[in-house]
Design a protein around this ligand. Structure first.
Ligand SMILES: Nc1ncnc2c1ncn2[C@@H]1O[C@H](COP(=O)(O)OP(=O)(O)O)[C@@H](O)[C@H]1O
Ligand SMILES: [Mg+2]
Length: 234
């Protein structure tokens, strides 16, 4: 049995506000294998973003256990001391509002993380050009973010999330701002990357038309999560 890319065991999350305690996640468990691309669905406010940010070591759970590629990162507290290093080295994030840095050009946005990781310049430039070629926007490397269309910006955000060769990609509504054709091309690409590079991906989307791109569906509702395996081929 292969070591799962993501293993979540009995995770709880509550938010304390002045008036009350909000139980958002009430003991959820699931696994994702390497190369598995999973759709995360659930009503607005059900805890999808909360779950992704906990997996991304950005938000601390209340209790439970999270292991990434066999390494326990959280068990009732952060086990891993340097969670920001883990984020830089193992994880890729893609958000709806792509969070690109407007005053940097495409290439600098993509190479920021590898630069911080101390990757040599020749290497990160080569990688950025490869990724841009892969995404069909190789001619945009010196363009400022503000001059790009929505679809182009989202592809730059995908290139950026891949620049550090992540083992896991967490994507929060990456296609929400795109029209149907763009959404399909972004999903085609994400699936291809998951399969070719054995990257595990969780993608939040409300668009049922994208179901054929996924291996499984994670449904979160009333604080509980269920997983369903889909029969999509290749
Ligand atoms: N920092 C916070 N403090 C208090 N409540 C929060 C906080 N973050 C999220 N919530 C609440 O947790 C619930 C889940 O939010 P979220 O994970 O953003 O849902 P989704 O992404 O599924 O729409 C919502 O009721 C939201 O208001
Ligand atoms: Mg959300």
């Amino acid at each position: 049995m292969e070591i799962p890319a993501i293993k979540v065991e009995n995770i709880f999350k509550e938010f304390k506000t002045k008036e009350n305690i909000l139980q958002v996640i009430k003991g959820i468990s699931f696994e994702l294998q390497k190369g598995e691309i999973s759709m995360l669905v659930g009503p607005s406010g059900s805890g999808k973003t909360t779950l992704l940010t906990m997996l991304g070591c950005i938000l601390e759970p209340t209790s439970g256990k999270i292991s990434l590629s066999g390494e326990i990162i959280y068990e009732n507290k952060w086990i891993l001391k340097d969670t920001s290093k883990l984020r830089r080295k193992k994880l890729g994030f893609i958000f709806q509002m792509h969070n690109l840095i407007p005053f940097l050009n495409v290439e600098d946005n993509i190479t920021l993380l590898p630069q911080l990781n101390g990757v040599p310049k020749v290497e990160y430039i080569k990688k950025a050009n490869e990724l841009l070629g892969y995404l069909g926007i190789e001619d945009k490397n010196k363009c400022m973010i503000g001059s790009l269309s929505g679809g182009q910006s989202q592809r730059v955000a995908i290139a950026r999330s891949l620049a550090n060769n992540p083992q896991i990609i967490l994507a929060d509504e990456p296609t929400a701002a795109l029209d149907k054709e763009r959404a399909i091309s972004v999903m085609t690409l994400l699936r291809q990357i998951a399969k070719e590079q054995k990257v595990a991906m969780i993608v939040v989307t409300h668009d049922d038309r994208l179901l054929p791109f996924f291996d499984s569906v994670l449904t979160i509702e009333d604080g509980y999560l269920s997983k369903k395996i889909l029969a999509n081929e290749n």
